[in-house]
Design a protein around this ligand. Structure first.
Ligand code: FAD
Length: 268
């Protein structure tokens, strides 16, 4: 992890409130694992307001050109600031942070199921690209509220079959990622390792659906965090089994954001 200065190469809208930032970070030579994130400074050079950086997952990384891609949903002050950046402007970031997805636990011939809900899709895109490059088969379920909020469908389709599901049925099936897992499984979907990122209720529903399944599923969690470095302990979560050997609180920023489903309690 280091502090870097990046230059915006491109900013593009993917939906009315989701945008993609491509950033050149010439000094970045570290390996970036899918699931890792950067803490992006929002305040200008002359001010410390807002004080806290914003954690954003790496949506893609090109190590030969030292280009990082972030895909961000505009919500509050920080993400609205990032949405206004234009090519040529600079951003200050800490990264790569956290423990990402265990890409190298899978080998050629393994079959990954990627399950994304809304803005959970970006880190899974970078994961899918790496798994595909390693000869792992990838099947993806993308869940969105509606057609107008969908993005990255063609991009995931480069790596294997994609099923889209929307809450209102305006694109793909009508339902959610859990109903789609059931439907696709009845049509023969077969997988060896699962990966998920999305809103907490989606992860909780997945945990209930896949409890006792036996196949490993890794989930990327979001918690409000201040430092992102493991120092402030703002983003603690409890281990699911308090009697396990690693029974102390776990930090989403450092021990995660990626955890094995069932390793920690999925709560606010
Ligand atoms: C590991 C990780 C990876 C993330 N990756 C992405 C991503 O790739 N794309 C994306 O759009 N969003 C991502 N988020 C969520 C993103 O960090 C928040 O949406 C963002 O911080 C909100 O900031 P804001 O100023 O726009 O909103 P405000 O609500 O104004 O933020 C106020 C404060 O709350 C914190 N905060 C608000 N929501 C969250 C949240 N869900 N998680 C953590 N802190 C929050 C902010 O950091 C800030 O300190 C990620 C969060 C985490 C923890």
């Amino acid at each position: 992890m280091n502090k870097y200065l990046g230059t915006i190469l491109n900013s593009a809208r993917l939906t009315s409130n989701v945008f993609k930032l491509v950033v050149s970070v010439p000094e970045l030579t570290e390996n970036v694992t899918p699931g890792q994130f950067c803490q992006i400074r929002i305040a200008t050079e002359l001010s410390h307001d807002p004080l806290l950086r914003r954690p954003i997952s790496v949506a893609d990384y090109d190590p030969t050109r030292q280009k990082l891609t972030f895909i961000i949903r505009e919500s509050g002050r920080g993400t609205k600031f990032l949405a206004r950046l234009v090519p040529g402007q600079q951003i200050d970031l800490f990264g790569p942070l956290g423990t990402g997805f265990p890409v190298h636990r899978l080998v050629k011939g393994d079959r990954a199921l990627l399950i994304a809900g809304g803005i959970g899709a970006p880190p899974l895109y970078y994961l899918a690209r790496q798994l595909h490059a390693n000869g792992v088969e990838c099947a993806t379920i993308l869940g969105f509220r509606s057609h107008s909020e969908s993005f990255l469908i063609d991009e995931f389709s480069q790596f294997g079959p994609v099923r889209v599901v929307t809450d209102d049925g305006t694109l793909g099936s009508c339902g959610n990622v859990c109903t789609e897992i059931t439907a696709w499984t009845s049509e023969g979907l077969d997988w060896t390792h699962g990966f998920a990122c999305g809103p907490l209720p989606m992860l909780q529903a997945l945990q209930a659906q896949l409890a006792g399944d036996g196949r490993p599923v890794w989930v990327s969690l979001e918690k409000r965090m201040a430092c992102g470095l493991g120092a402030c302990a703002a983003c603690t979560c409890r281990p699911a089994n308090p009697n396990s050997t690693a029974s102390g609180p776990r930090l989403v920023c450092k021990d995660g954001p990626v955890f094995l489903l069932g390793e920690v309690e999925l709560g606010e």
